[in-house]
Design a protein around this ligand. Structure first.
Ligand SMILES: *Cc1c(COP(=O)(O)O)cnc(C)c1O
Length: 489
């Protein structure tokens, strides 16, 4: 008889624990979570993705010769994406863990490709995803941020052209921007980059698997001369499990800067195309399986569903007192602001109480705080309910009036400096805001509007510092030493 190693609860008991933990999460399916998750509404496609994920969960993309299946799937996915995005013959790509990694690698490749530039910089529209600021911080490429056009919220190519200088190694456009859902004038931006011999990255992380199926979008793919790389996330609108994105380059020379080898140690010669070394085959296999099952025709139908839902809700909001559409949606994202009779943070709370998650976005430049809605195909089935919830939530927020920041607290905040905020000051602030939990920890309230209004009132650097403090306090080992630890035998 073999030794029964397990000394903890049975698999069934552990799974029950996991399900209990998951009960507190936002639902990933059902189409009522309008950020973070993407739901095709197709149970079979989901089941296929999960099975493929499990099938390859232990396979390792570290060595493509050891797991040729993964290399084959990666090359298949790149070919599929290159077809969708008008990649020319010679286009190449790599599978990454997500949009942020794709963007980090695009910035890295651009920096490496311009190694003669001493203090490299990149020109970003102010609407560019925060991942570019992360790339800047990680890779030492200075971000030169250019305001978007205040009317359309699209990048302003003229202003971007004036921002390009000797240090520029990359110019960025979004298709579309996450916050406002508008597609930048990629042709103009790529042309200005090409005229100066600078690379142009199109961030299509969210739109890359939707826009190709919608009519009426100005050119933004490799069909545009001067576009050198494109990022597209499969774990968004390809409706596959989390952990897959693609970074495509127009040619293999452009990719060279993020291929990495090291023989400077006694083990195997490390050879990687991405930031990861050990790379689970699971997300890749899931993306391969789901995209094969749905096919481009299936994605076209799903894109049409999500687009229809977006347009229907956009139209309904125009009739809704208190809310307004911030920018005409170019794809399947919508940003909403209020008319001042109420605030978006209270509406978000009211929506959550009605079973819908919409994502609050803080004021930025001249744009007031907004609600972000990402439409999945699955949301199309319940547009009337969504509109109803928006109407009721906005009415409730109007009845309550705009969330106000406690004047005492506002005074405390005004006296804080992001550069000198220490732990004691932060703890004091948490106490004053009623957010202090046990053991110096953090107690998140049921309703987030007062906290969001407070954060919205903070300068950006202070908000960053405060939220890092929040993350630090949230990320502490749980004090359940007895339940998780194996009994001493
Ligand atoms: C989601 C997104 C990213 C970042 O992708 P992650 O997968 O969250 O790392 C970058 N750019 C845009 C436009 C996005 O929507």
């Amino acid at each position: 008889m073999t030794d029964p190693v397990p000394a903890g609860p049975s698999p069934d008991e552990v799974l029950a624990e996991l399900r209990a933990l998951q009960a507190a999460d936002l639902p990933t399916h059902g189409g009522r979570t309008l950020a973070y998750v993407y739901d095709s509404g197709l149970a079979e496609a989901d089941a296929l993705g999960r099975e493929a994920l499990a099938l390859f969960a232990s396979s390792n993309g570290l060595d493509p010769t050891a797991f040729p299946s993964l290399l084959r799937m990666e090359n298949d996915l790149v070919a599929l994406a290159a077809g969708l995005l008008d990649g020319p013959a010679g286009a190449v790509g790599s599978v990454t863990s997500g949009g942020t990694e794709s963007i980090l690698l695009a910035v890295l490749a651009a920096r490496k490709g311009a190694s003669h530039v001493d203090h490299p910089s990149m020109v970003l529209p102010s609407s560019a995803h925060a991942a570019f600021h992360k790339a800047a911080a990680y890779l030492g490429v200075r971000p030169v941020v250019v305001d978007v056009d205040p009317g359309t919220l699209r990048a302003d190519p003229r202003a971007m052209a004036s921002a390009v200088d000797q240090t520029t190694v990359l110019v960025v456009a979004s298709a579309p921007s996450y916050a406002h859902g508008v597609v930048d004038p990629v042709a103009d931006i790529a042309a200005l980059a090409a005229a100066r011999g600078v690379r142009c990255h199109v961030d299509a992380c969210i739109g890359g698997w939707v826009l190709p199926f919608l009519g009426d979008v100005p050119p933004w793919t490799f069909a545009v001369d001067g576009v050198t790389s494109i990022s597209v996330d499969l774990h968004k609108y390809a409706y596959t499990p989390k952990g897959v994105s693609l970074l495509l380059h127009r040619d293999t020379g452009l990719r060279r800067g993020h291929l990495f080898a090291s023989a400077a140690w006694p083990g195997y010669t490390m050879l990687n195309s991405t930031m990861q070394s050990t790379r689970s085959g699971g997300p890749l296999a899931a993306a391969w399986a789901v995209s094969r099952h749905l096919g481009t025709a299936g994605y076209a139908r799903l894109a049409a569903r999500a687009r229809t839902a977006t347009l229907e809700v956009t139209g309904a909001v125009r009739e809704l007192e208190g809310l307004r559409v911030v920018a005409e949606p170019d794809s399947t994202l919508l940003a909403l602001a209020t008319d001042g009779s109420c605030d978006v943070f209270t509406i978000a709370d009211e929506m959550l109480a009605r079973g819908w998650y919409v994502q609050p976005q803080m004021a930025f430049g001249d744009v007031p705080p907004t609600l972000h809605l990402t439409f999945s195909a699955a949301t199309a089935a319940s547009v009337p309910e969504l509109v109803e919830a928006l109407r009721d939530a906005t009415a409730a927020a109007r009845a309550a009036g705009p969330a106000r920041v406690d004047p005492g607290l506002a005074g405390t905040l005004g006296g804080l400096d992001a550069a000198t905020l220490d732990d004691a000051a932060f703890a004091g602030l948490l106490g004053a805001a009623g957010l202090a939990g046990e053991d110096g920890g953090l107690a998140l309230p049921e309703r987030m509007a007062p906290v969001n209004a407070l954060l919205d009132a903070c300068p950006a650097e202070l908000r960053e510092e405060l939220l890092v403090g929040v993350l630090d306090r949230l990320s502490r080992p749980t004090g359940t030493a007895t339940s998780g630890r194996a009994p001493e035998a």
